[in-house]
Design a protein around this ligand. Structure first.
Ligand SMILES: [Zn+2]
Length: 273
């Protein structure tokens, strides 16, 4: 049994969540962590998780690409929701220096706003005793990763997972050593031309690795380019198993155990899995 540790199920691309659930269960993925990204999806995330508690646990956060749209009041509203409703983690948040600032924003001010918001998310995670799902994306150099790393270092009680990891082995080692963090892999590792990422996935210590889809995006081979669903974490796990020379069952057991611990999922779920 496999857990999809990162997806976005509140999305207009999905029209029939019962079907998504059924297909995912049929593929051996009976649970997923659906991550919030902006104020309009926070309440729907909670409602969806409440409607399908066997299949979905929610996380709430503001994605760095939403930094221009999320006010301090919005953040406080989200924090209130997180205090009222148990969450798997705080996510998806982070920093994104890949996309340019919106037209009416100065580039430096936009990045500063992202960092301020990220610190707020870490403070909230620390207050609630939760871990955090991080997005980091650089266009050139490593400023985005370095800035997120520096902020995370100020919060030793919060473990980060660097989701959709496409960084270097040296960055992964720094995450493990200095942040007690994890990395997780998407369908990207099933794509051609992803040898550097595959090498990191093959090397990664067993207690630091998780699997995800980032649905509805990044559908793995052999379904690349299609609408992604949590069930396809199966293909990510199968690829990880092949890269690491273990069976798919062993890889599934490993990533699921790591996910249960990292997201502190309730005991009923571990028993059901
Ligand atoms: Zn995501």
């Amino acid at each position: 049994m496999i857990i999809d540790t990162h997806c976005h199920l509140v999305h207009d691309k999905y029209t029939d969540m019962a079907q998504v659930r059924a297909e995912s269960i049929a593929l051996g993925v009976p649970h997923c962590i659906s991550q919030g990204t902006h104020p309009q999806d926070w309440l729907p995330q909670l409602e969806l998780a409440a409607a399908m508690p066997d299949f979905i646990t929610s996380c709430l956060a503001a994605h760095p690409s939403e930094a221009a749209n999320v006010s301090d009041e919005d953040f406080e509203y989200m924090a209130k929701l997180c205090r009222l409703h148990p969450q798997a983690a705080i996510g998806e948040t982070g920093l994104d220096y890949f996309w340019e600032a919106p037209a009416d924003w100065d580039e430096n001010a936009y990045r500063t706003r992202q960092r301020v918001l990220l610190e707020k998310h870490f403070n909230l995670a620390e207050e609630l005793g939760l871990n955090i799902s991080l997005h980091t994306r650089d266009k050139v150099g490593t400023a985005c990763f370095d800035d997120a790393f520096a902020i995370a270092r100020n919060f030793p009680k919060v473990r980060p997972v660097f989701h959709c990891f496409i960084g270097t082995q040296a960055q992964a080692e720094a995450i493990f050593t200095h942040l007690d963090g994890l990395i997780s892999f998407t369908g990207i590792i099933t794509f051609k031309k992803s040898e550097p990422q595959q090498q990191v996935a093959a090397w990664c210590p067993a207690d630091r690795i998780m699997a995800e889809t980032d649905s509805p995006f990044l559908s793995p081979e052999p379904h690349r380019g299609k609408l992604n669903i949590p069930g396809r974490t199966r293909f990510v796990v199968e690829k990880l198993a092949a890269l690491r020379g273990v069976t798919p069952e062993e890889m599934a057991a490993l990533t699921t155990a790591n996910a249960l611990r990292f997201f502190r999922l309730p005991p009923f779920l571990s028993q059901a899995l």
